[in-house]
Design a protein around this ligand. Structure first.
Ligand code: ADP
Ligand code: NA
Length: 350
């Protein structure tokens, strides 16, 4: 069997928000206690939707700073920048030849990001999930903490791994590089693990503060729709006070949140920020009006985010230190990725 290994990535595109923090980074921090973890700033992904960026290097540093300010240990684990390890792109090419165009065309994120003018989307945007599969599998990682929006991409990563394992089955045996695993009921001998998404928790998809049916996103034109990691306390309070809600009091049980997406979102955020369940939060706040709950939520958000913001600012003032962390992480990641690509070359017959 495969040794458990956690991998995940965040794109260096625009300000990090509470959705990125609760859906991804906070989980990265929790997982490092008991696991070997690799956390990547995925700059090759950042150029798929928009090619030219004003300050890509600054954005890369700010994601690395956010990882470290949130509590990720870059010495015990690995924090690095995707383009520093060319094996990601190399394996992605192989995976482009494993994946089928039909699989890519079904990706809802591609449809959303490409919009109506699909013919004019970059080829990289279509191939994005193949690169994401390579990011994970170039380390033969087994567990991937992500927000709910990435679920379909992880299913595709499993499909790619499975297809590779089956198509190259005899070669994998011949080269002695494989591992026994169970796929459904079938025991197979494969090279790449079928990754497990880690999506759960009370806020797997943090929604916009202005519209409980849309996810909180960097690309939403309204800044009031999201809480940015760099927002100060007053801004956080203002945004939560202005968040859309309904006129009713909070229910005392989770069932009562049904059909109330905005209320459910705020309760989920409170639960995730305090490492509690929604049921626990409602046991405390059930029957209360939003005029009571919102300030409590704002206080909690400030309590959790303010130290991270302060530390991020401090780290970003010392680019030499951040760059040294990324360089060291890149070297350690590359050594592992080279090992995988040597075996993949043997399997393919290069
Ligand atoms: P974005 O989706 O904001 O452009 P990324 O694609 O870099 O950012 O995603 C980084 C991580 O943040 C991914 O694991 C993604 O699933 C997670 N994420 C992004 N938005 C949300 C959200 N609204 N709720 C929960 N997780 C999210
Ligand atoms: Na995303």
């Amino acid at each position: 069997t495969f040794k458990p290994l956690v991998f995940s990535g965040v794109q260096p595109t625009g300000n990090l928000h509470l959705g990125n923090y609760l859906g991804a980074i906070r989980k990265f921090v929790a997982l490092q206690q008991d696991n070997d973890c690799i956390y990547c700033v995925v700059d090759l992904h950042a150029i798929t939707a928009q090619l030219v960026h004003d300050d890509l290097k600054g954005q890369i540093r700010s994601i690395a700073a956010a990882f470290i300010a949130s509590g990720i240990d870059p010495v015990k684990h690995i924090v690095f920048n995707q383009s520093a390890v060319p094996q990601h792109a190399e394996l992605a090419w192989i995976f482009n030849c494993v994946a089928r165009i039909g699989w890519m065309n079904r990706m809802t994120q591609f449809k959303d990001k490409a919009g109506k003018d699909r013919e004019n989307a970059s080829l990289g945007l279509l191939a994005y999930p193949s690169l994401m599969a390579a990011d994970i599998l170039v380390y033969r990682a087994t567990h991937v903490p992500v927000g709910d929006d990435q679920k379909q991409h992880l299913e595709l990563a499993r499909d790619i791994a499975q297809r590779f394992n089956i198509d190259f089955g005899p070669k994998i045996r011949e080269t002695g590089t494989g591992v026994d695993m169970i796929v459904g009921e079938e025991p197979i001998h494969g090279y790449f693990p079928l990754v497990e998404p880690l999506i759960g928790g009370p806020a797997p998809r943090v929604m916009s503060l202005k519209d409980g049916t849309k996810k909180m996103s960097k690309s939403d034109p309204s800044d009031l729709s999201r809480i940015n990691l760099m927002d100060d306390a007053d801004t956080i309070l203002k945004k939560i006070r202005k968040a859309k809600t309904d006129p009713d009091a909070l229910p005392s049980e989770v069932d009562g949140l049904e059909g109330r997406p905005e209320a459910g979102n705020l309760v989920g955020i409170y639960a995730a920020l305090s490492d509690r369940t929604k049921a626990d939060v409602l046991a405390e706040f059930g029957g209360q009006q939003f005029s009571v709950f919102k300030p409590a939520l704002a206080d909690l958000a400030v309590e959790v985010l303010a130290p991270i913001t302060t530390e991020m600012r401090r780290l970003m003032d010392d680019t030499t230190h951040i760059d040294a962390i990324l360089k060291d992480g890149g070297e350690r990641a590359r050594a592992r990725a080279e090992n995988t690509m040597n075996e993949v070359s043997d399997i393919i017959g290069f």
